[in-house]
Design a protein around this ligand. Structure first.
Ligand code: MG
Length: 362
């Protein structure tokens, strides 16, 4: 179970249909993929994925350099491994690029840990259940017309999802945003949950007004209405609105989550596995949220997040965006609105070796 080798590669995986998000055209999902091999011949995999190229080769290089320090450590000691790497990079951390570079390594160590012990990750991490309610959010972009949005949401429901999430924030009035929600409602029927993500695009004053209009339109949560630094603003929205407030995917460190939770600023905490630095810190943050009585959700990478969210009692919903389907032989399946955690050891995921080779750029 000793780590004998660590390989890190950067992959550019083209998307089927380019789309616009955050003012950019997304034509590929960029991965930093880490592969950890052990003295028993086990290989653990881990990756981060972002729909943009910026700094990806730098993150890959940082991850490669940090990965060298894993050699000789045991995959049964992921906490020790994470702390060791975090200490090496502490002068440029915590958070930021350091955490994103740590994440693929930490995930790969946990995958190898599960494979070594012959257990799926969700069971090793707590085993609360083996599936998690899921929502479809792929293809529900801010750049689409209400008609296109409604058609894509309807497809998610046909695929078995009972909840969907729309990106909003581009319309000039709150009423126009609500019309997008109502177009989707018309298409998916009364039973499907509709969440919205404003992607930090609003001022606090606008968020107060838009939040009221959207809650009347029947949304299930309002995500990232204002910038994540405005914790007091989030807390005031939570007090004034009836609709649950969701935030957290832009935070990197336990301290940031503590500030958010102590301010009673959110009803739902969302964790980005790359920004928090992998599975090891994810567990600490989920435990902190649990202590505050707040459920946790995952940001993207559903095939990994499903294990983490299934493991703990406070796991709430998994966001289904299959950005890495192009490098995997299969994705976890959705059954009656829930994503089922793979039952084979570790993450239970298998790389498509040809695809990895084809998409490798560094
Ligand atoms: Mg979001």
């Amino acid at each position: 179970m000793k780590i004998t080798g660590v390989a890190v590669n950067v992959l550019r995986v083209p998307v089927d249909k380019p789309y616009s998000a955050g003012g950019r055209t997304v034509d590929a999902n960029w991965h930093v993929l880490a592969r950890v091999t052990t003295s028993d011949g086990v290989e653990g995999i881990g990756y981060v994925v972002y729909p943009r190229p910026d700094l990806m080769t730098a993150i890959g290089q940082a991850s490669r350099e940090l990965g060298e320090h894993l050699v000789g450590m045991s995959v049964l000691e992921p906490e020790a491994a994470w702390e060791r790497l975090a200490r090496i990079g502490d002068w440029v951390g915590p958070g930021g690029l350091l955490h994103v570079a740590l994440a693929p390594l930490d995930i790969a160590v946990w995958d190898a840990h599960g494979k070594t012990l012959g257990q799926p990750l969700y069971r090793l991490l707590g085993g609360y259940r083996d599936r998690v309610p899921a929502y479809g959010s792929d293809g529900l972009w801010v750049s689409l017309s209400p008609t296109e949005l409604a058609a894509n949401a309807k497809q998610h429901v046909a695929d078995g999802f009972t909840a969907v999430k729309l990106r909003i924030g581009k319309e000039s009035t709150a009423e126009a945003e609500a019309r997008r929600v109502l177009a989707v409602r018309e298409a998916v029927g009364p039973q499907v949950k509709i969440m919205v993500d404003a992607v930090e695009s609003w001022s606090l004053a606008y968020a107060r007004r838009a939040g009221r209009v959207l809650q009347d339109a029947g949304i299930a949560w309002l995500e990232d209405p204002v910038h994540h630094h405005d914790v007091a603003g989030l807390a005031s929205l939570r007090r004034r609105l009836d609709v649950p407030i969701a935030a957290g995917e832009h935070l990197y460190h336990l301290d940031g989550f503590r500030t958010l939770l102590e301010a009673r600023a959110v009803d739902v905490v969302i964790l980005d596995l790359a920004r928090v630095g992998g599975v090891t810190p994810w567990r600490r943050i989920a435990g902190l949220a649990h202590a505050h009585g707040i459920p946790v959700c995952g940001h993207v990478v559903p095939e990994v997040q499903v294990h983490l969210l299934a493991a703990v009692a406070s796991g709430y919903m998994v966001e289904y965006v299959p950005r890495s389907a192009g490098i995997l032989t299969s994705m976890p399946r959705c059954e009656r609105g829930e994503l089922v955690a793979p039952s084979s050891p570790g993450l239970g995921l298998e790389l498509d070796a040809d695809a990895v080779r084809r998409h490798q750029v560094a």
